[in-house]
Write a protein that binds this ligand. Structure first.
Ligand code: ADP
Ligand code: MG
Length: 516
């Protein structure tokens, strides 16, 4: 079967739940159901013999096969291996993400036919390493990843579309400032965006890992476990399967409490049982501090953007956890505005990704695009330099954070010795002046410098940060325009050969033929 080249999807690859959307014939984003008939798919994997099961069925095995379950792989992107062994084997986290993406691809293809193009979303604070890992996951899942886009930007794009100010080109709508509050299961972040005409500009972004839906679940788990200990002197959290089951039930109870004022949370363990009645008020009391922390980050982000609430036109709630009534209430009190729910909390990010994919497709077809997305980088990019005076290594920042993208920065390195044939550039991401406290992006080695260069020959290294936060490096001998061969070796990244064989293994899709 051949790929439909005018078809693409957008994927919200979430820490706990993922969603897929495409554009219908009228160019409107529509969420695709998965094979189980749901609009969102749990980002959970179950390793069973040679099979990898993704989604709802994997979640069901929480209570029986917890040891064979992988969850929250997204949090471990950037590490070489996922921390938990699965079936006696360790996997790179991006391979686990690839299995999730592969299921989404197969389920989508069953409905809309063959295609391979995709836009995948990433948190705004993701560094370059994790962006690359996300793109690699898409590749291993058999996709052609057209682009990655920040989640809050995607949500804002979906919002802009729903408001109708992306459709009427020509008439520039008024400038709007929106604050995107995204509380998911595995990530929390706040982004202030400005919509200028059809431009989307991120002004400030911040977030906190761990301050998320799962932390709310944890409070319920602990509440019941403590009651268990009081009554029977044993802790159901000591047993992985019992703990897994309690997690599932707690998450379910939390959802119930978004709709009802009370619920019962049951826990059976070693022949004993506890049934706890929990009211919404009790639940809100036991998680108040978590909510307060999100309020604090929200205020801080607004401040970082140099704005006040009176400058904010809309407060956008995104992420499944914003269904908890306490969230809307807090945002209402904080901002003095009614939070906007015009885009679905679960679907907005995937819809924005699908819209972005649509723009890229029409660009590819030579059509004028309706809107532009402007991003800033969320981390500074630097190279490791040796301080002449102290001989200490330091991070020489080349592109500071919050620089509008794309941007190219140049830096001149000089050869030390005459006839030197190679140089090594170490690239880091982060704000600290000590390279050890930064993310090691990798090393760029330039070999085959022309022969007989005198000492101190300037070599120009150009860093280009793309709009999507990905880095490309080019190297030139100054005064010539000849690009030199260089290799960017990344610390915890898979090689092209590894990517190709994972791709074959996970998706069964062969590597694309080299362009030519
Ligand atoms: P992520 O993008 O981090 O994977 P999502 O935005 O998909 O997360 O949100 C998932 C989280 O939302 C989970 O923690 C889930 O328990 C929570 N959630 C979903 N629906 C509800 C609800 N009705 N009430 C409370 N929490 C909910
Ligand atoms: Mg999300």
């Amino acid at each position: 079967m051949s790929n439909n080249s005018s078809l693409a999807v957008g994927i919200d690859l979430g820490t706990t739940f993922s969603a897929v959307a495409y554009l219908d014939d009228l160019g409107r984003p529509v969420t695709l159901q998965n094979g189980e008939g749901d609009k969102v798919t749990p980002s959970v994997l179950l390793f069973e013999g040679n099979d990898v099961i993704v989604g709802k069925e994997a979640v069901k095995a929480f209570a029986t096969d917890y040891a064979a379950i992988a969850e929250c792989a997204k949090r471990e992107l950037g590490y070489r291996m996922f921390g938990k062994q699965l079936g006696g084997r360790q996997y790179p986290p991006e391979a686990l993400e690839a299995w999730i993406l592969n299921k989404l691809r197969m389920d989508a293809q069953a409905q809309i036919g063959q295609f391979d193009k995709v836009v995948v979303t990433v948190p705004a604070y993701f560094d370059e390493v994790r962006r690359k890992a996300t793109q690699d996951a898409g590749y291993m899942a058999g996709f052609h990843v057209m682009d990655i886009i920040n989640e809050p930007t995607a949500a804002a794009v979906a919002f802009g579309f729903a408001q109708g100010f992306l459709k009427d080109d020509g008439t520039a709508p008024d400038e709007q400032t929106i604050l995107v509050y995204d509380l998911g299961g595995g990530t929390f972040d706040v982004t202030v965006m400005r919509l200028q005409g059809s431009n989307f500009v991120a002004l400030a972004t911040d977030g906190e890992v761990g301050l998320v839906g799962r932390a709310w679940d944890q409070r319920l788990v602990d509440f019941v476990a403590e009651e268990f200990i009081r009554k029977f002197g044993i802790d159901p959290r000591d047993d992985a399967n019992a703990h897994g089951r309690l997690w599932r039930e707690a998450e379910d109870a939390k959802r119930t409490l978004s709709a009802r004022n009370k619920c019962t949370l049951a826990c059976d363990f070693q022949g004993h049982a506890v049934r706890s009645e929990i009211t919404r008020e009790m639940f809100e009391d036991m998680t108040r501090d978590l909510l307060d922390r999100t309020a604090f980050t929200t205020r801080q982000t607004l401040q970082a953007a140099g704005l006040e609430w009176s400058n904010v036109d809309h407060v956008l709630m995104v992420g499944g956890s914003t269904r908890m009534p306490m969230v809307a209430q807090m945002l209402r009190e904080l901002s003095g505005k009614e939070p906007n729910r015009s885009v679905s909390a679960d679907e907005a990010v995937a819809h924005g990704a699908a819209l972005h994919a649509g723009i890229l497709l029409s660009k590819g077809a030579g059509k004028e695009s309706q809107f532009r997305i402007k991003n800033v980088n969320s981390h500074s990019l630097g190279v490791v330099a040796v301080d002449v005076a102290t001989k200490r290594k330091r991070n020489a920042i080349v592109i500071p954070r919050n620089t509008p993208l794309p941007i190219t920065a140049r830096r001149i390195f000089k050869t030390e010795k005459a006839n030197q044939r190679s140089i090594l550039v170490q690239i880091v991401e982060g704000e600290s002046s000590s390279p050890d406290d930064c993310v090691q992006l990798g090393k760029c080695s330039v070999r085959d410098l022309p022969k007989e260069l005198p000492a101190q020959t300037p070599i120009e290294v150009r860093f280009k940060y793309e709009e999507n936060g990905r880095l490309t490096v080019t190297v030139l001998v100054q005064g010539t325009d000849k690009a030199l061969h260089h290799e960017l070796t990344r610390e915890n990244s898979l090689t092209q050969d590894q990517l190709d064989s994972w791709r074959q293994y996970i998706s069964g899709v062969p590597a694309p033929a080299p362009a030519g």
